[in-house]
Design a protein around this ligand. Structure first.
Ligand SMILES: Nc1ncnc2c1ncn2[C@@H]1O[C@H](COP(=O)(O)OP(=O)(O)OP(=O)(O)O)[C@@H](O)[C@H]1O
Ligand SMILES: [Mg+2]
Length: 343
């Protein structure tokens, strides 16, 4: 595939041929669109294989910001070490695209939104999902690669119940900059505030650009929190601008939404260690985090089924509340976060 690409519109239901010079890929549907790129389901006409075709919204930014270099290099390397990262089949630099293994399924984000993750899976099964995600993340961490944007949108649950960690565009090597020599911080914020990552899941140190492997642990811990507690890790008041949100995360040491219902004590201590605002008390990497989760899942003590854990705050009796997740919020358990104590 070379020459001009046109990536919209797909997703019209019927098979639509989008014009790519060379016509190697026939686009069937739009399967996703994130901050920087859209991803189409396409057929590779040379072999009939379905692929996920990632096309940046802004080719120039994707290239000059180093996202293309990072993502294709990391996918190529990492998918040789773990099956839970989509295999890269083909790529091109100019104009940029990545053709990778298509994973039929849904993101964890979609399954949280439609609540099926809570309806179809027990608490232990949800915990096991995060333990499963620790495997590809461990492979990355062993190579010194930090993902830097772990969130429910970037975790895929395939129809055959495998977990995949996707979207390595922001990933970075810890001690070198070969993938991103001229990194431009990704600004997803309307006021131009520069943050690499997604605020809701960012550990405090990532806001200053000082990520380590344990920064990924924090973000994955935040996802585990959402799966266990059934509510957002951070629920920003919509009136807050990004700068205010950043100030709040720093000032409150990563404030966590006030949470009930409770989770089992063993899981609570793992959660607190995973999203500890202080890096030195966190799991150092995905291996340590995954190990603790698997130990918890294998432990002999019976865990309450998710049904019991899913009771609403008002229905909980003290007996059903062996512990409470971090209650750093004001005493009223509201979904939105008040800014006043922190401003
Ligand atoms: N290999 C794949 N198979 C199936 N669906 C995929 C695949 N890769 C991505 N998707 C879908 O496309 C969506 C967007 O992909 P991705 O997260 O890579 O792009 P993005 O969020 O725009 O990336 P970036 O963070 O670089 O801006 C995903 O949330 C997912 O729904
Ligand atoms: Mg994404």
């Amino acid at each position: 595939m070379s020459g001009e690409t046109t990536s919209t519109p797909a997703n019209q239901g019927n098979s639509v041929e989008i014009k790519y010079s060379g016509s190697r890929y026939k686009v069937i549907d739009r399967i996703g669109s994130g901050g920087q790129a859209c991803v189409d389901l396409a057929i590779d006409t040379t072999n009939g294989v379905r692929v996920a075709l990632k096309l940046p919204h802004d080719n120039q930014n994707y290239l000059s910001g180093g996202y293309f270099d990072r993502e294709h290099a990391i996918l190529r390397t990492l998918s040789q070490h773990t099956k839970q990262v989509p295999q890269l089949y083909d790529f091109q630099r100019s104009p940029p695209y990545l053709a990778m293994h298509f994973i039929p399924g849904k993101t964890i984000y979609a399954k949280i939104e439609d609540k099926t993750i809570y309806e179809q899976y027990s608490l232990d099964e949800r915990v096991a999902m995060i333990a499963a995600v620790c495997a590809p993340l461990t492979a990355a961490h062993m190579m010194g690669i930090i993902h830097r944007d772990i969130k429910p949108d970037n975790i895929l649950l395939s129809d055959d119940k495998e977990l995949y960690l996707i979207d390595w565009a922001l990933a970075k090597k810890t001690l070198e900059t070969i993938y991103a020599p001229n990194e431009t911080p990704f600004s997803g914020q309307s006021d131009g505030t520069q943050v690499v990552g997604t605020l809701r899941y960012c550990p405090p140190e990532q806001l200053d650009g000082s990520c380590t492997l344990s920064s990924d642990v924090y973000s994955l811990g935040a996802v585990l929190y959402e799966l266990a507690a059934k509510r957002p890790f951070r629920n920003f008041n919509s009136t807050l601008n990004p700068a205010q949100r950043i100030r709040m995360i720093k000032a409150a040491n990563g404030f966590i939404t006030y949470v009930k219902p409770a989770v089992p004590a063993g899981l609570l201590s793992i959660l607190e260690k995973a999203y500890s605002p202080k890096q030195r008390t966190r799991f150092a990497n995905a291996y340590e985090f995954g190990f603790a989760l698997n130990e918890y899942l294998n432990s002999t003590s019976p865990h309450p089924p998710s049904g019991k854990n899913s009771q609403s705050h008002t229905n909980c009796t003290p007996e059903q509340e062996p512990c409470t997740l971090l209650a750093r919020e004001p005493s009223t358990a509201t979904e939105s976060v008040s800014t006043s104590p922190l401003e």
